[in-house]
Design a protein around this ligand. Structure first.
Ligand code: GLN
Length: 304
């Protein structure tokens, strides 16, 4: 038996001493208010045993972590036709870069960079009756927790300063790869990113990716093939131009967000979430990455 609790306690103790915690994202003004001294970690294993340390019950903005959940809902709704509008290759570029999108005629490299997630948002806007509330309910169902909600101030704050996302959406629209209007799609996208969760809720929402498509309550949401694909995308694209580094240091499929959260999982073994708001220069949580490197080293468990 692995002593997960002992390992999480030691990771959390190390992180609390860390002087270099990275920088909190400020390009979404509302996120700049986050306290950079926070650190939380939560792990759930395949027997549904829970282990946690630090600020694991404090909610934060999940931001790009939401892209995996919107992709899961879109795959469930329209299946393979999705891949006519998106590719599945790592971009090697930061999350908000646009040059490849123009070079490649409006087909985003993958669904986990902003342009790709905006195409997924467009698909959900087209296919859901009440897009924002239906997506929120999907996330609540996955996590088995109806307290999960949007932070509307964060969504409004990003709407005021999300110039690059407006650029991406307009470029997509010019190539005919956005069916709905730019405002509607971005309103949905800014809200999905502004969902708040804590580390414990995140491990529940991502449990199905570790558990062959079945959530904690044993309901099946995705086929095995869909789970394989989403996990492959998290491994190759989940950390943008640092996906290689994350695989190199941590060795798990995962996804980060500029709110400082990271979720990662080892299929059929565990799902883990960390939160530390300070980011490294690639926009991924600095201590979160270090913590997960320690976790896979201490437990000697990774996909490799
Ligand atoms: N909402 C953010 C954006 O679009 C999400 C980015 C992220 O978390 N990497 O810029």
């Amino acid at each position: 038996m692995i002593n997960y609790q002992g390992i999480l306690n030691s990771i959390s103790a190390d992180c609390s001493l860390s002087k270099d915690r990275g920088k909190v994202a400020t390009y979404i003004p509302e996120l700049a208010k986050t306290d950079s001294s926070k650190f939380g970690i939560h792990l759930v294993d395949s027997n549904k045993n829970n282990f946690q340390a630090g600020d694991s019950e404090t909610v934060f903005s999940i931001q790009s972590i939401s892209k995996v959940l919107s992709l899961a809902q879109a795959m469930g709704l329209i299946g393979e036709t999705l891949w006519t509008r998106l590719d599945v290759e790592p971009s090697g570029d930061p999350f908000n870069h646009l040059s490849l999108l123009e070079l490649e005629n409006g087909i985003p490299r993958n669904p986990l960079i902003n342009a790709g997630a905006i195409v997924i948002a467009d698909i959900l806007v087209s296919n859901l009756k009440n897009p924002k509330s239906d997506f929120l309910q999907f996330v609540r169902n996955l996590a088995g927790d109806d307290d999960i909600d949007f932070n509307r101030e964060v969504a409004a704050s990003e709407k005021r300063t999300g110039f690059r996302n407006y650029a991406a959406a307009n470029l997509l629209k010019s190539y005919g790869n956005l069916k709905n209007d730019v405002e509607t799609v971005l309103d949905f996208y800014f809200h999905q990113c502004a969902i708040e969760m804590n580390c414990s809720q995140l491990t529940k929402a991502f449990y199905l990716f570790m558990n062959r498509g079945k959530c904690q309550k044993d309901k099946t949401y995705l086929t095995l093939r869909q789970v394989k694909r989403i996990n492959a995308l998290m491994l190759t694209c989940g950390f943008y131009d640092e996906a290689g580094e994350f695989a190199f240091e941590v060795g798990l499929p995962g996804k980060s967000g500029v709110g400082g959260g990271i979720v990662a999982l080892l299929p059929e073994k565990f799902c883990v979430a960390t939160w530390s708001p300070g980011l490294n220069t690639k926009g991924n949580s600095k201590l979160g990455m270090e913590a997960l490197e320690q976790l896979t080293t201490a437990t000697a468990q990774s996909i490799f």
